[in-house]
Write a protein that binds this ligand. Structure first.
Ligand SMILES: [Mg+2]
Length: 339
């Protein structure tokens, strides 16, 4: 796109400063690090510091990538309505709680009787509680667990964040939501060709049988694995995430459970005070670092528990799995949902 497309009037009336972006000046932005990729969701987010993704400003119709303005955004605004239009089933109109649960060890954790009871409660509260799975599993694996655990009452959520944040899907149909998935897809282009030769034959790694196109996942033996490989891989634009001392995920830089959840919440237009997350391993850490209220269940891995002192708004439950989630919800003042 020509630089003259950057005229201020095209950017909306939000200008409160100026920043250099390549050769162009974009009113309305704070500082832009031109080496960092931007993510377009109808507006623009960009990475503006070393610590992670952050929203600085929506800029109307422009899609801004690393060092060039490359396209006019195809959608004028991103909203709940647009998100809903890409789902197969309606979301609750006015949820009183948005419950975001990891699966293994969390929503699938705890004694069967406690799980049964929690799933029954979730089903009864379907119009009051907007439920989001937030898991490392891919969509095929989520479908499998829904089928396997249906006899004890596990039901499809409203929304799914899968593949450790690399996939967003409708909970009912498990069909990916293009709005969320396409920007991640764009950032994953060419990654496998670059990374797979580096990973091939490495000791202590075995590929997980996945059906995702936006991530690589391995079983890892930490004793045998050469940890010096991680910075070499990350230099190619991925984040390496070790969790539960046995999983290694390679994700597009900046994409994780937390970043994708924040994007989803923005589209849902919900009050962050109504959101509670729950998890048990290091791949949930990004979710707990969002600052949203979160529950760490009692069976959490030690490496996650070690991080707790540095996290705010996180409750460590004394119960495991489902009972721990319920305990956390009461702690955060959602008792009325049991009335
Ligand atoms: Mg887990």
């Amino acid at each position: 796109m020509a630089e003259d497309a950057l005229a201020g009037e095209e950017l909306g009336g939000e200008a409160d400063g100026e920043a250099q972006h390549g050769q162009a000046t974009i009113p309305g932005f704070g500082e832009i690090h031109k080496t960092e990729a931007c993510r377009c969701r109808g507006g623009v987010r960009h990475r503006n510091d070393a610590n992670g993704w952050s929203v600085t400003k929506h800029v109307g119709r422009l899609t801004v990538f690393s060092d060039t303005v490359v396209a006019t955004c195809p959608v004028p605004a991103v909203s709940r309505q647009l998100l809903q239009s890409q789902l197969s089933a309606p979301l609750p109109e006015a949820p009183e709680l948005v419950l975001v649960t990891d699966l293994d060890g969390t929503l699938l954790g705890g004694a069967t009787a406690e799980r049964r009871s929690f799933y029954r409660w979730l089903a009864e509260q379907r119009e009051r509680v907007l439920h989001v799975f937030c898991t490392g599993r891919d969509l095929a694996s989520i479908a499998r667990v829904l089928e396997e655990d249906e006899p004890i009452g596990l039901a499809a959520p409203h929304l799914v964040i899968g593949d450790v944040g690399c996939t967003v899907a409708c909970g009912q149909s498990l069909l990916p939501v293009p709005l969320a998935v396409e920007p991640i897809d764009a950032r994953w282009q060419g990654m496998e060709q670059r990374l797979l030769p580096m990973l091939e034959g490495q000791p202590g790694l075995a590929a997980q049988p996945l059906h995702s196109q936006r991530r690589l996942a391995y079983y890892v033996d930490p004793e045998q694995f050469d940890h010096s490989l991680i910075p070499q891989l990350e230099a190619h634009g991925v984040d390496c995430l070790l969790s539960d001392n046995r999983y290694l995920d390679l994700l597009p830089t900046g994409v994780n459970k937390g970043s994708t959840l924040l994007a989803l919440l923005e589209w849902l237009e919900v009050d962050p005070q109504l959101v509670v997350t729950a998890g048990d391993t290091l791949n949930d850490l990004a979710m707990f670092e969002t600052g949203l209220n979160g529950v760490v269940v009692a069976n959490a891995e030690a490496a996650l528990l070690e991080r707790l002192p540095r996290l705010s708004s996180i409750y460590l439950a004394s119960a495991e799995g489902c009972a721990g989630i319920a305990e956390g919800l009461r702690h955060f003042g959602f008792d009325h949902l049991w009335d």
